[in-house]
Ligand binder design. Structure first.
Ligand code: ATP
Length: 235
């Protein structure tokens, strides 16, 4: 169907051992859309991304990608469908240099960016090719983490707080990169605590509280929703 979302999460339950974190969490994303998951610390945003990626063993409900159920699939199989995840810690291997980190994830689909296209998007990385992971700034590590998944051919990118701890000028660069990725038709789910950043890159926002999506805010009604958001996020 033409209106079928690219990603459809419905009634998702997930948790760790004894603790249940997500409770019938639902949201959907269309092909080419950039959306954010907003919410306070501990609301369940990171857990949601991990559950989509299959990194949480204890999960039930439904997560459909291109119409196909992915609950029950291993992280590897999910990655091979074309879903990529940038974790909060960015996952850069400190003993490898930039080139090695870039080359690490396997190419899983046609349409992955060529290394030269990646350097067009991230010009800083070109000059850092032989620098070790540990020598990179936080911003460079974040750029590398995003750059790396673009090689794979994945079209759905799950980005966990890419702006965390970065200087405003770097946050701006990352914002520009995300807008360029949107222009290239990538679909992006972004976890954010920085609402100003979120509204500058995404057109829809899902507010998560206590493991549920409690509200959806679209670009058009943002100003009307600012007060509500203040209450949700305490900003
Ligand atoms: P943050 O920005 O702090 O990461 P979040 O909204 O992403 O916030 P999650 O990281 O998804 O929240 O955490 C949701 C809940 O799950 C929290 O109560 C957290 O303590 C718990 N939690 C997260 N990871 C684990 C784990 N590995 N084992 C047990 N509990 C966990």
């Amino acid at each position: 169907a033409i209106d079928q979302p690219l990603l459809e999460v419905s009634g998702l339950e997930a948790g760790y051992g004894e603790s249940d974190v997500l409770h019938r969490l639902s949201f959907a994303v269309r092909q080419g859309e950039v959306v954010t998951l907003l919410g306070r610390n501990g609301a369940g945003k990171t857990t949601t991304l991990k559950a989509i990626m299959g990194l949480i063993a204890k999960r039930s409900g439904s997560i459909r990608f291109e119409g196909n159920e992915t609950i029950g699939l291993s992280p590897r199989r999910i990655a091979r469908l074309g879903i990529a995840h940038c974790p909060e810690d960015r996952g850069i291997f400190s003993s490898l240099d930039v080139r090695e980190n870039l080359m690490l994830p396997p190419v899983i689909k046609e349409g992955g960016l060529h290394i030269d296209e990646i350097f067009d998007l991230f010009p800083n990385l070109r000059n850092r090719l032989t620098s070790q992971g540990t020598k990179l700034s936080g911003g460079e590590q974040q750029m590398l983490a995003i750059a790396r998944i673009l090689r794979t051919g994945s079209r759905l990118l799950l980005l966990d707080e890419p702006t965390e701890g970065l200087a405003p000028v770097i946050v701006e660069q990352i914002g520009r990169t995300i807008k360029r990725l949107k222009d290239l038709s990538y679909t992006i789910v972004l976890v954010e605590q920085n609402f100003h950043f979120a509204r500058s890159v995404a057109e829809r926002h899902f507010v998560i509280e206590h493991g549920r999506v409690v509200d959806e805010i679209a670009d058009g009604d943002l100003s009307a929703s600012l007060e509500k958001l203040n209450a949700y996020l305490g900003v």
